[in-house]
Design a protein around this ligand. Structure first.
Ligand SMILES: [Zn+2]
Length: 313
């Protein structure tokens, strides 16, 4: 008996597992705020999605991809965040991208919960700025085929609207991009019917303080939004980077989802250099949630500097 008690005490002391692993629960609703000038920026997480970086990245050696990932304690497939960003100004509530909604099965569709948890309702959103019309950016526009944001005007570049809303262009893309056409058409349909979609051309102020900058490559009309408030700037760069660990070290690395991989790499280098030299806040759709941070130069490449967590922004 004495020996048994001693053995039990020893197991406790050494932390020896005597039961199954504990069940790890899910995260809470994903929102994170920061103050930018006089605006409030809230990152909203729509979900995370496994991203097979080693298969999808191009113009980079596969062994190098694995090495870079391993150095950051990652492995392919990497869980990629699907982020959208809500900007509250004095008179507007502007949502930049909307997540995948129902189009990524169970991996997306959590943005409405995050929005409510952050204290806003879908009907409060006055404007939606789309960086491009891929499924993981437009899918969140609708719920059961109707407008999730009934009062919002949707702004999108004419080049992307012309491309993805016209089935005649299906022959111009690789197979991997074909689902983007019905995704864009279905998600925008109720807004187009209601007259809630406006397009813009080239570099322009879409709204006061929201400057659209063409950044083609990932899609024909892929657009960055430079948000300015006071002296502060935030560059919402959409899909300029998919796997930060690899593409910041190797900015020439593109992905198979790019419509034009060379042009995408040119846009990426430009974004990284602008953000690093000007000290912009960056809002990144697929960098690990909240996808808010800065860029700094690091050797021949760059490094992501995540926002410092602040409980009371
Ligand atoms: Zn995307």
């Amino acid at each position: 008996m004495k020996r048994f008690c001693l053995a039990l005490a020893l197991m406790f002391a050494l932390g020896v597992a005597v039961a199954d692993d504990v069940k790890v629960g899910p995260q809470g609703p994903g929102f994170y705020r920061l103050r930018m000038g006089t605006d409030e920026v809230t990152a909203l997480l729509d979900g995370t999605h496994p991203f097979p970086a080693d298969e999808l990245l191009t113009h980079v050696d596969r062994a190098k991809v694995d090495r870079l990932l391993e150095a950051d304690y990652l492995a392919s497939p990497v869980q990629g965040s699907i982020n959208a960003f809500l900007v509250k100004t004095a008179d507007r509530l502007v949502l930049i991208d909307t997540g995948a909604g129902p189009l990524y099965a169970g991996d997306g569709g959590f943005l409405p919960t995050a929005l409510l948890a952050a204290g806003y309702r879908p009907e409060d959103v006055t404007d939606i700025l789309l960086t491009h019309l891929h499924r993981d950016h437009v899918g969140g526009l609708i719920r059961n085929g109707t407008m999730l944001f009934p009062h919002a005007i949707v702004h999108v570049s004419e080049a992307d609207a012309d491309f993805w809303l016209d089935p005649a262009n299906e022959g111009k893309v690789p197979k991997i991009l074909l689902p983007m056409f019905p995704g864009a058409m279905d998600s925008l349909a109720p807004y187009r019917k209601a007259g809630h979609v406006v397009t813009f051309r080239g570099e322009t102020d879409v709204l006061p303080g929201f400057h659209a900058i063409p950044a083609p490559g990932h899609t024909p009309g892929h657009t960055w939004y430079l948000v300015t408030s006071g002296q502060d700037h935030l560059l919402a760069w959409g899909d300029t980077v998919h796997v930060a660990t690899v593409q910041l070290a190797e900015p020439g690395a593109s992905i198979r989802y790019d419509y034009d991989e060379q042009a995408a790499a040119v846009s990426r280098r430009r974004a990284l250099e602008e953000a690093a030299s000007k000290g912009y806040w960056v809002a990144a759709a697929h960098v690990s949630f909240p996808g808010l941070g800065h860029i700094r130069r690091d050797g021949a490449g760059y490094r992501w500097v995540p926002a410092n967590y602040t409980r009371t922004p």
